[in-house]
Design a protein around this ligand. Structure first.
Ligand code: NAD
Length: 337
């Protein structure tokens, strides 16, 4: 099993720091595959390469599994998002983002027992990258929703919900306004739901969903939605459970999966050694489970839960004083005891 290869993309900003921390924890607890380091983002540009080099995409396709740090994307002009490119090139159609309250993590919503999974469509919608500027004062973005893309997303979501013992899937949409695009998405959801009657299916309009999430998040179990709504809602849910520092994710395709935290490259704290590696670490635990290494994933998760509950060695984003290295060592020590 340990002859396994895993593609590693450290990425930009805090990426290399949290990647080093995460790999240290995985190795200390017994997972020592061959890490295949790949360029993407600013590190690739500095070498004169594309922000998501073809060689990186092809190696991930070959290996089938990658652990990825965040990559920086310029606002407005500049290069296209390396992430969007990767997700489209590898057809990583489902972005799975769990949001779960961790014991001991403080925050405005800490009293709420949040435990939900967001499944975000990852290749279509307004992120399809079709934009025009027919006139200097007019810019247009095309929203693309396909029946086939929606159908495979919903099939994946119901299957995942069943495997994880979830009881309800809620589709998030704005079909009252975007009657064709979101209308098609909603219609296909209920078509797929008819084949999955063991799981409750309902729908909610995206603006109401946001309000419901901050007032009664417990009513939700699995949320499935389009690319843009999913991007926003998953950051909102990260805030509900204590912040971006602890929010994990997985990009799932056919025969290929890329695991990465919800957060970005956090340029404001990059290089200071204070970033919280938990988001990437929990993404790596999703990867271990994907590989069937449940026992090791449980051991590391229990260690994270104990460190959080104990509260003495938390990173600054969670109100603690520990730096990345101190937190990492604490998780390793706890996992060994
Ligand atoms: P961000 O997620 O990088 O940061 C938002 C805030 O959260 C910042 O204050 C940051 O310090 C904090 N934060 C994020 N992760 C943290 C961690 N692990 N520990 C402690 N604090 C953390 O969002 P942004 O500033 O809007 O984006 C920065 C760059 O990242 C942009 O170029 C954006 O395009 C890119 N981005 C990349 C990805 C990705 O590669 N998957 C995802 C989102 C954003």
């Amino acid at each position: 099993m340990d002859a396994q290869k895993i593609a590693v993309v450290p990425g930009d900003g805090i990426g290399p720091e949290i990647m080093q921390a995460t790999l240290a924890i995985l190795e200390a607890t017994g997972f020592k595959p061959e890490w295949v380091y790949l360029d993407a983002g600013l590190s690739a540009i500095e070498k004169g390469l594309d922000p998501m080099p073809e060689a990186t995409i092809e190696t991930i396709r070959e290996i089938g599994i990658a652990l990825k740090g965040p990559t920086t994307t310029p606002k407005g002009g500049g290069h296209v998002s390396a992430n969007v490119r990767l997700r489209k090139a590898l057809d990583l159609f489902a972005n799975v983002r769990p949001a779960k309250t961790l014991p001991g993590v403080k925050g405005a919503f800490a009293h709420m027992d949040v435990d939900l999974i967001i499944v975000r469509e990852n290749t279509e919608d307004l992120y399809a990258g079709i934009e025009y500027q027919p006139h200097p004062d007019v810019a247009q973005s095309i929203k693309v929703i396909t029946r086939q893309g929606s159908r495979r997303l919903f099939k994946y979501t119901f299957d995942m919900a069943r495997k994880q013992g979830r009881k309800k899937v809620t589709v998030v949409h704005k079909a009252n306004i975007m009657k064709l695009s979101d209308g098609l998405f909603l219609e296909e959801f209920y078509n797929v739901a008819k084949d999955n009657t063991d799981i409750e299916a309902d729908d909610v309009i995206v603006d109401n969903c946001c309000m419901q999430l901050v007032t009664r998040p417990q009513q939700f179990d699995v949320l499935v939605t389009e690319n843009l709504y999913g991007d926003i809602i998953s950051d909102l849910c990260a805030g509900l459970v204590g912040g971006l520092g602890i929010a994990p994710g997985a990009n799932i395709g056919v025969g290929c999966a890329v695991f990465e935290a919800v957060h970005g490259s956090a340029p404001d704290i990059a290089g200071k050694g204070v970033a919280n590696p938990t988001g990437l670490l929990l993404s790596a635990l999703m990867m271990l489970r994907h590989l069937g290494r449940h026992e090791q994933a449980d051991r590391i998760m229990n260690s994270v839960l104990r460190v959080c509950h104990d509260g003495k060695c938390l990173t600054m984003d969670l109100g603690g004083k520990a730096n990345t290295k101190e937190y990492t060592q604490e998780v390793i020590t706890c996992a060994a005891s």
